[in-house]
Write a protein that binds this ligand. Structure first.
Ligand code: SF4
Length: 546
């Protein structure tokens, strides 16, 4: 098939804080030399920010470095953090921690909407002459002699049987001297790159968590702007990593969410239902009284930390941001690390292009990260997540020791102490769903998944090949149902997977149009036979302020 070919100097995949900060920084460096450089960014969402979701409390260290007068330039902030609390919740009560250690404090940080941040950064990039192609997913990496030379964007107009429709448009091949992958968590091209070049060799496997959140519009003057609350305990209990968050945004909006570690053992855990359970707590109920849920979303986040970062470069390519795993689980923050990883990538590429030794410089990217504060920060939290393998109290104990030992913790003789999250799923841990039985989804306060998905403004053209590929659906019926009870039906926060009966035969039904692109299924499937690939460009969630 004939395809159009574009040539650029530098191509970014994904328009998030990491790639946008990187592209802007690189462009500025060349501009200050009086030189031009062609930079392009492809993004699968129909507009920048529509697939961006995070808590989020931002440490402004990176944006200050990137744009020192960011406040004057209108950087979108919900509020400065004014009050921070940490609670332990039992089913009915809450206990306030008397003290928040400095390393976990949000002092000097801002409550933000990552969707607003990416839109703002995107506008700056476009004003600077950087080309952003929204609605263009990267479907394949292009190689020449095993070096990445570009990306093919997805074809449009293919029906559900794989045939070309009247509106068929082939994807284009975008060639570049270097490709930077910043597709977010479990990026579909990043996954292929990691596999092809064995980039996880001698690393801890990445461990993810899923964050599920709702925005609640409350009556006037009832939400304290700048309030940051974190919870542990109910509803996840002591054996599941994670906890709740509650942030006071402007215009009387509560940002409520729950992070569930994707390394639990009971296959019946349902992260969406856990958030609904959190809302049954009397304290949360009292806060949300008279409010209206206005938005919903879910996304995975990489929790593995420093030891779970892949090798960060392959011939012709770099990996940055969430795609690599730049997140500090101890601080519950990643945006500043993602941005800085992008800015260091830009410095690396700049050195390579100006000294005509690009491939040598790409090999220096990892060392450049190690020479920066990114390493200093992440190394101090290097054992944080692994400690929770032994439960909440062991994790807190180790995290506490780590605060005084530069992150050493206790009992981590071998850094390769962690295993992939899905390997924790234990057929013997299948227990009933009784804790979810009391959830009465009334559509006003507690919501079932379909009602929630409606609030995520998600849509996919139904007449396309589903973007969720299950290698062998017989495994779902013949093995998974018996061994694990089909955990995909539970861990998917969008009700995509359902075992249905047709003609007295069970089969897997995939409602792919509900998919909110969180990637949990690709990560947590116990047989690793689900492959999430990009759907037709522009499809997916339509988030605004998440
Ligand atoms: Fe997330 Fe997979 Fe469900 Fe889509 S199908 S919402 S990626 S778990």
């Amino acid at each position: 098939m004939e395809r159009e070919v574009f040539d650029l100097d530098v191509l970014y995949v994904g328009a998030g804080p990491a790639t946008l900060a990187s592209a802007y920084h690189l462009n500025q460096k060349f501009k200050s030399d009086g030189k031009d450089i062609s930079i392009g960014i492809i993004e699968k969402a129909k507009e920048i920010g529509a697939h961006s979701l995070s808590g989020a409390v931002l440490d402004p260290i990176s944006i200050k470095e990137l744009i020192p007068d960011y406040i004057e330039k209108g950087f979108p902030i919900e509020s400065k953090v004014k009050q921070e609390k940490m609670f332990y919740l039992s089913e009915k009560n809450k206990f306030t921690f008397p003290y928040i250690p400095k390393q976990m404090s949000h002092h000097g940080c801002y409550i933000v909407s990552i969707g607003k941040i990416t839109r703002w950064l995107g506008n700056l990039c476009e004003d600077a002459g950087i080309d952003i192609f929204a609605g263009f997913p990267g479907s394949e990496l292009l190689y020449k002699d095993d070096r990445v030379i570009g990306v093919r964007t997805g074809d449009r107009g293919i029906d559900k049987h794989g045939n070309q429709k009247a509106n068929f448009e082939p994807g284009v091949d975008i060639h570049a001297k270097v490709v930077i992958l910043g597709e977010g968590t479990r990026g579909s091209l990043t996954k292929k790159l990691i596999k092809k070049f064995d980039l996880m060799k001698d690393k801890n496997p990445q461990v993810w968590a899923i964050g599920v959140k709702e925005l609640w519009k409350m009556p006037k003057d009832t939400v304290p702007e700048g309030y940051v609350g974190h919870t542990m305990g109910f509803p996840l209990g002591h054996n599941i990593f994670g906890g709740g968050f509650l942030y006071g945004m402007k215009d009387d909006i509560w940002d409520l969410g729950l992070v569930t570690g994707l390394d639990y053992s009971n296959p019946n855990i349902d992260p969406h239902h856990e958030l609904q359970l959190l809302k049954t707590h009397p304290w949360i109920k009292s806060l949300l009284k008279d409010g209206e849920m206005i938005a919903y979303g879910a996304k995975t986040l990489p929790e593995g930390g420093w030891y779970s970062l892949p090798k960060l470069n392959a011939p012709g390519a770099l990996v940055i941001g969430d795609s690599a795993g730049f997140l500090n689980g101890q601080r519950l923050k990643g945006i500043h690390l993602a941005m800085k990883s992008g800015m260091i990538a830009a410095d690396t590429i700049y050195n390579g292009l100006t000294n005509d030794n690009l491939d040598n410089q790409l090999n220096n990217f990892e060392q450049n990260i190690k020479n920066s504060w990114v390493y200093t920060e992440m190394y101090k939290a290097r054992n944080f997540h692994q400690a929770f393998d032994k439960g909440l109290f062991a994790g807190m104990y180790n995290a506490g020791i780590g605060l005084f030992t530069g992150g050493r913790g206790w009992g981590f003789k071998n850094k390769l102490s962690s295993k992939s999250g899905y390997k924790h799923l234990d057929p013997k841990s299948v227990v009933d769903n009784s804790k979810y039985e009391n959830l009465k989804f009334d559509g006003k306060y507690l919501f079932d998944k379909v009602t929630n998905v409606y609030r995520s403004s998600t849509s996919h053209n139904e007449d396309q090949v589903p973007h969720l590929h299950i290698q062998d659906t017989d495994v779902c019926i013949d093995k998974c149902e018996k061994e694990f009870g089909n955990p995909c039906e539970k861990f998917c926060p969008a009700d995509v997977y359902n075992i249905v009966e047709e003609n007295e035969q069970k089969k897997m039904h995939i409602n792919f149009s509900n998919c909110v692109h969180c990637k949990t299924c690709d990560i947590m499937d116990p047989y690793q036979i689900i492959d999430w690939v990009t759907p037709e460009g522009g499809d997916g969630p339509g988030w605004v302020n998440l």
